[in-house]
Ligand binder design. Structure first.
Ligand code: ADP
Ligand code: MG
Length: 273
């Protein structure tokens, strides 16, 4: 067990240069230039910056989807560069829930089939997958759309399916990259209310956005510009997003047992090698 004071995410002087293998120096891009950032368990942090400032690059590194060119990343106290591909896959599958701007749902599968996908990758038997997918859909207030395909759902509903998919492995850390980028203002409020509740349940949330109003819903705001952090402060208005009808159904779902006790400790189970 890792000491509870160990940050979940601890980046030290992280650089990421794209195009390193190329002969022509002109194609190299320093997407991150010496980022140091520490995020504690249960924090709700927004990372805000204009397009091209390095936000997605940062998210890929935090989510162990890509490696930095230099610098050190301690994930829950472990140096990520010491971990095997198998360890990293285990962290991604069991401890991190990813949400993207484009929803990334499979069009041919209905909602619960999309939500159960990470469980099949994790080797959960099919008998249990449907139950857990339905629980996750209930958590986001979409029980009545379980058999609908993405094309039969609104953008806001599709993103809630994507959040259910991110939640189905009960992750302690949620990484969302522009999750409201394709949503109207009502769906954006619902999504932010959902993130607020997931944080209240004890999940660590990192929300990436270019929108200051969206960032204001987090408790901490980290600004990125040209691949570097330019400010890091508590949000002046850590507002819970405005409630709507959908939000209240989400809240009802939250009154079922979702105690933080069910959220796994981030501690990495090391795979024997
Ligand atoms: P943001 O998410 O803030 O819009 P990104 O992290 O996507 O920013 O990009 C940061 C910089 O890195 C941009 O200049 C972008 O063009 C460049 N970049 C991103 N991904 C790649 C890549 N795979 N290859 C080369 N350059 C990239
Ligand atoms: Mg981006």
């Amino acid at each position: 067990m890792v000491d509870s004071n160990t940050p979940v995410v601890d980046l030290r002087d992280i650089w990421k240069t794209y195009g390193m293998g190329r002969k022509d120096d002109a194609v190299r891009v320093d997407a991150l230039r010496g980022v140091s950032l520490s995020i504690e368990d249960r924090e709700y942090t927004a990372i805000i910056g204009p397009s091209g400032s390095g936000k997605s690059t940062l998210m890929h590194i935090i989510g162990c989807l890509d490696n930095p060119t230099s610098g050190t990343y301690y994930i829950d106290g472990e140096d990520a560069s010491d971990l095997t591909e198998q360890d990293l896959a285990e962290i991604r599958n069991s401890h991190i829930g990813f949400v993207f701007q484009q929803f990334n749902l499979l069009a041919s599968l209905n909602a619960w089939r999309n939500v159960e996908l990470p469980l099949s990758y994790a080797g959960v038997p099919s008998s249990k997958r449907r139950t857990r997918a339905m629980e996750a859909l209930e958590r986001v207030g979409l029980t009545d759309r379980a058999n609908h395909k993405p094309g039969e759902l609104s953008g806001g509903q599709q993103q809630r399916v994507a959040v259910a998919r991110a939640l189905v492995n009960n992750p302690s850390l949620i990484l969302a990259d522009e999750p409201t980028g394709n949503l109207d203002s009502v769906s954006t409020s619902d999504m932010l209310a959902l993130f607020h509740d997931l944080n209240e349940e004890g999940r660590t949330i990192i929300l990436i956005t270019h929108d200051a109003d969206v960032a204001a819903s987090a408790r901490r705001i980290v600004q990125v510009r040209d691949g570097a952090i330019t400010s890091d402060s508590a949000s002046t208005a850590p507002a819970a997003a405005t409630s709507t009808v959908i939000t209240s159904s989400i809240r009802t779902g939250a009154s079922t047992p979702t105690a933080s006790a069910r959220i796994p400790d981030m501690s990495l189970r090391r795979v024997p090698r």
